[in-house]
Design a protein around this ligand. Structure first.
Ligand SMILES: Nc1ncnc2c1ncn2[C@@H]1O[C@H](COP(=O)(O)OP(=O)(O)OP(=O)(O)O)[C@@H](O)[C@H]1O
Ligand SMILES: Nc1nc2c(c(=O)[nH]1)N=C(CO)CN2
Length: 158
């Protein structure tokens, strides 16, 4: 059983409903259960594309799936929810990313873990710190609580 943290985000359509649907579908993946869910945060878009604000958050899972099986699972959920994403780093109905997979470090074409930008994205670090301040970033070898910084662009929504 591995403890995994996933980040989720939405900035198109009914953001809350799409996030709820995605979280419910995570519990239907084989040998996987959601154990913690952060608050929802409203966040200003990062990355230069002009677009609406996101709702972001992080969930903890316990799973017996392999990293690639879990990636297949989250991509099937994105497809099931008719994920729409027109441009790279642009607006999307739902986005699920694997942030940490136990203490695994992996860098393949399809899957990079820890997520390569997580340590510089406060829309990931702030919700992750809410549910798992003690989790370790296995490349930086630092606790999340020692990496996270305040960011006025990441505000509790619900
Ligand atoms: N840790 C990871 N979690 C999810 N997808 C990943 C990960 N590492 C690599 N990928 C790959 O990234 C590809 C593109 O994913 P996606 O469309 O969600 O990117 P993005 O959300 O636009 O950008 P970003 O990865 O910076 O959040 C996926 O098809 C997947 O194979
Ligand atoms: N605030 C915020 N900005 C983003 C996000 C996101 O989820 N939240 N996702 C991106 C591409 O993955 C690009 N920019």
């Amino acid at each position: 059983m591995t403890i995994v943290y996933l980040s989720f985000g939405s900035n198109m359509g009914d953001r809350e409903r799409q996030i709820n649907d995605a979280l419910n579908l995570l519990n239907t993946l084989p040998e996987t259960k959601v154990t913690k869910i952060s608050s929802l945060y409203e966040t200003a878009p990062v990355g230069g594309v002009e677009q609406d604000d996101f709702l972001n958050g992080v969930v903890a899972l316990e799973t017996n799936l392999s990293p690639i099986e879990l990636l297949d699972g989250i991509q099937s959920i994105e497809l099931k929810l008719n994920r729409v994403r027109k441009i790279h780093w642009g607006p999307r109905t739902i986005d699920l990313d694997i942030v940490l997979f136990g203490d695994l470090v992996m860098d393949s074409e399809r899957l990079k873990v820890p997520h390569p930008f997580m340590h510089e994205r406060s829309f990931v670090l702030i919700p992750l710190n809410e549910i798992a301040p003690q989790a370790i970033h296995p490349v930086l070898n630092k606790k999340i609580s020692d990496i996270v910084t305040l960011d006025p662009d990441v505000r509790i929504y619900k």
